[in-house]
Structures are given as C-alpha cells and as structure tokens.
Design a protein around this ligand. Structure first.
Ligand SMILES: [Zn+2]
Ligand SMILES: [Zn+2]
Length: 516
C-alpha cells in the first residue's frame, strides 16, 4: 500500500535511528562496507542447507546478471518483502526504522514495478527464508519485528526458521503507548498454537532501552517502573513467561545503592504480577552500567526475597559478557565462565541467551554486535555454546546486524542499507549445524576460517581503536601520577622530619575501581 508508506516521513525515521544510536552503540557500526562480502561464506555453508527463495533475488546474483530488468525486479521484491514492517503505529522497532527509510525511498523510484509485481511477490513473501528445524534441544531464533501488532512477530519468526524469538512489546522510543489491542492478543495466542511456539518458554520480549530501574531520581524512577510493569503485564496478557531487560545504570550514585534500588523495583514488580519472570541481561560494563561482572547480577538477586526466586532469571549475552572481559572462546575459559555463573548467581537462574559475536575485543567494554563467527568471539565460542548441555531448552536469540548495502538507485552511488533477514535464517542454520560437530574436523575448521576472514578488517579496525584508547588512558594515568608526585614533592620540600615520602606505587592504591 503505497499510501501508507508515503505517510512515513523519512525525517522522522532518521531521527528515530539517531536516537537509537545514542542508546545502543551498535547502530553506527551496523552499516559496514564488509557486509557485501557475506556472500562468500554464506554461499559455502548454504549449499547443504535449504535453499531460500529470496536468495535467488539477492543483489549478489542480480548484479552478476547486470540487467536493469532483474535489478528492478529485485528492488520490487525487497519492497514487498519488507511491507509488513512498514508501519504507521508505535510498535516499530529499531530494526524496522531502517526499513522504513528504504522502503519509502525505493517506492518512489520503482513505483510502477511495485504495482505490477504485487500479487506474485506477495506469494514469495510467504515463502520462508528458512525452514524450522524440528526436534532440537537448542531453540535458536532472532529478535524480529512486531510492527503492526505483536502477532506479526510470530509470522516473522516462522519466516526465518526460528524456534525461539524476541520482540519489543511497545515502542522503544516513547514512554506512553496504547495498550495491546484485544484482537492482536487473540491473534498472538492463536498464531502461537498454529505455529507451535510455546509462549511460556521460547518467546523472550526485550525491554525498553529507556528504562533504568536503578534510577535514583524519584520521578524518573517511577516512570521507569511504570513502563517496566506495563511490559510485564503485556507478557501476562500474551501468555509469555520470560521478559529480558537491561539491569540499568548507577549514574551519579553508588553501585551498592543502585543495586538495592534495582532489587527493590524488581521485588515490587514481582509482587504486582503473577506468572512472568523478569530476566536480567549480562552487560559489557560500559560506563556505569550494572551487570558486567556476574557478581553484580548475583547481588541483585540476593536482595530479592526468596519466595520470588523461581520468577527471576538471567540472560547471557555472549557479546556483552565477552566485551566485559570473560573468555568464552577457549573451552577452558568458557567452562570457568559457567563455573563463575554458578558461583556468583546460580545456574538455576539461567533462563535465556542472546547470541551475538563481538566486533570489539575482549575487555573493551564496547557493545558492538557482529555476525556469528566474524567477530572476536569467532565460531569456536559458538561451538562451545551450541554444545553446552546446560543451555538445552533455553531460548537463544540472535541480535546480529542484518543491514547490507542497498541497490545503487539511478547510478547515483547513494547506496542506502537494506535489511536482509536471510542473514538470520542462515545464522540459525549455521548455529544449529554446530551441534555435535567436531571442532577439529575440516568442516568446522573451514567454516571457522571463512567467517573469520570475512570479519578480519572490522576486527582490525576495532582492535586498533581499543589499543589507541588504552594508550591514551595510560598516558593520562601517568600524567596524573606525575602531577601527584610533584605535589607531594612540593609538600615535603619545606618539611623537616615529616612523614616518609610515599612511593609512587602507593599512590596507585588510591585509584578507585571504576563503577561498572
Ligand atoms: Zn542482548
Ligand atoms: Zn548489545
């Protein structure tokens, strides 16, 4: 429906994207020139997987043909494919924002083609990009769009072959949202039955990035709590039992008080709901964020009354925990991470996983999601994950980037990124294929090498950035130490028989640990 699309202003969409960018670092990294090299490995591991109808229309193949006709056809197809995500209401997620921009622009340039193709393309839209694998103990899926109503998330998950999925229950950029419509709720429950998704186990909504339950300021804390509770109630209305959210940030306060505020807010929310389990996500420890060290999440849970312990959980985000500093790559490192999880939190609280590779190195404390196998985690880490028996039965959600350069409209060289959901369809199959695979086999080794090669330039870029940052920090530290030493020297110069001059190393101890 072109009319609906044209109602979207690209200005609005762009400003939303900017907002998202400020809240969640990955955005500025998602559009990467490396993305168009994806074809190399995907073509490789796609061979043994089910062929996808959309793959036959990817620019990779179309550009090879070089015909304007095929290019137009491909563009039209992409518009139709994305149509369900172009939405006038408030439920658009950050994944959709970019689609809105693209769909709108592409509509303008290929209007006639779109009209002509509608019927056939709509049929193609129904063909899944991936077929769901039945009978697995690992439930892999992605964070899909819920635009135009929560019920659409189910269709979108089926489309990519996901056995689990995440969604936003309301707009991520607004505090006030209309309640779920009865019709949407009914459809959601019906679609769950139709498509055999157990909403109580494999659907993991993601909380709003605006919400900080550790907020110190009273009015803001109330706003955050109300929004959080509203989301939990939406879960209960939909029969969803798990709800993932970010633990929040310390801000200007202390870690100790922030953890107490968070635990108190959770306790209150738990006492006002009945069936839903809030799930704390592990974080990368950027700034004053809570949840980098596993011990912080353990501390939160320990302050929640035991009667609620069956309804509180933790979600491991592989990218976040690695970026915080945990080694998830070597099997030994991975095992000690699991051991620490059990020691500091308790494995019974583990309820879900977010599966993302990391563009930034271990310990960088940067939240930059990479496609599976292309980041610093690499395929080996995901082999650990997919073969970890303690993860069986948990929802595993991809939040990996799916943008790739769009078609070069009118030869203007202005390529706008478009979403390619077949990336998720392939990553789901890739992860599932790791179950039981011998990591020493040539099959694993070559997959690992191909994916690693694809992400090499991106990794190098972030490695250099990280090293520069460390260098600057070291210089700063030296400077302030030198300054402190000079002050002390000045102080002691005039004194006779004063206290012994402290060694430089003593000064180091006065450095406080950054609040995570
Ligand atoms: Zn996550
Ligand atoms: Zn993240």
């Amino acid at each position: 429906m072109p009319a609906r699309r044209s109602r979207l202003s690209s200005g609005a969409a762009i400003s939303t994207e900017n907002k998202k960018r400020s809240l969640h670092e990955p955005e500025d990294e998602i559009v990467s020139p490396r993305r168009n090299k994806r074809g190399r490995y995907s073509a490789e591991y796609r061979k043994s997987k089910s062929a996808s109808p959309v793959e036959a229309n990817t620019p990779r193949k179309s550009t090879k043909q070089g015909s304007t006709n095929s290019k137009a056809r491909r563009t039209a197809k992409e518009i139709i494919t994305e149509e369900p995500y172009v939405e006038e209401d408030s439920k658009a997620t950050y994944y959709e924002v970019k689609v809105e921009v693209n769909a709108e622009e592409e509509t303008i340039t290929t209007k006639s083609t779109t009209k002509r193709k509608t019927k056939g393309e709509k049929e193609a839209e129904m063909s899944p990009l991936g077929i769901r694998t039945k009978g697995l103990q690992m439930f892999v899926g992605a964070h899909v769009s819920a635009a135009k109503g929560v019920q659409n998330s189910i269709v979108n998950s089926v489309h990519i072959g996901g056995n689990a999925f995440a969604l936003f229950l309301k707009s991520q950029r607004k505090w006030d949202n209309p309640p779920l419509q009865d019709e949407h709720k009914e459809q959601f429950r019906k679609f769950c039955l139709d498509h055999q998704y157990d909403a109580s186990k494999y659907i993991l909504p993601h909380g709003s990035y605006l919400v900080n339950l550790a907020q110190e300021e009273e009015a803001k804390a109330k706003q955050a709590f109300d929004s959080f509770l509203d989301d939990l109630r939406r879960c209960e209305q939909l029969g969803i039992k798990l709800y993932n959210f970010h633990p929040g940030a310390v801000g200007q306060s202390t870690l100790e008080s922030a953890i107490s505020r968070l635990a108190n807010a959770l306790t209150k929310a738990l006492s006002e709901t009945e069936t839903v389990t809030p799930v704390l996500e592990t974080m990368c420890g950027h700034g004053t964020t809570i949840g980098g060290p596993l011990s912080e999440l353990g501390a939160v849970i320990s302050q929640i009354p035991e009667k609620f312990h069956s309804r509180i959980g933790v979600c491991i985000d592989t990218c976040h925990s690695f970026a915080y500093g945990y080694d998830l790559v070597s099997p030994e490192g991975f095992n000690s991470f699991m051991q620490e999880f059990d020691d500091k939190i308790g494995l019974k609280f583990l309820r879900a996983l977010h599966l993302n590779d990391s563009k930034a190195p271990q310990g960088s404390k940067r939240d930059l999601h990479a496609n599976i196998g292309t980041g610093f985690l690499g395929l080996r880490a995901f082999h650990n994950v997919m073969n970890e028996e303690r993860f069986q039965g948990l929802p595993m959600i991809l939040e990996t980037p799916i943008d790739r350069p769009g078609p070069d409209i009118g030869g203007s060289n202005k390529s706008k990124p478009i979403e390619d959901k077949s990336v998720w369809a392939r990553e789901i199959k890739l992860l599932e294929s790791l179950i039981g695979m011998d990591p020493e086999s040539s099959e694993f080794r070559s997959l690992e090498a191909q994916l690693s090669d694809e992400g090499r330039a991106e990794r190098q870029k972030h490695q250099e950035q990280y090293e520069r940052k460390l260098e600057t920090e070291a210089k700063k530290k030296q400077k302030s130490l030198a300054k402190g030493q000079k002050n002390l020297d000045d102080m002691f110069k005039g004194r006779k028989g004063g206290p012994k001059k402290p060694k430089t190393t003593d000064l180091n101890t006065s450095e406080s640990r950054p609040v995570e």
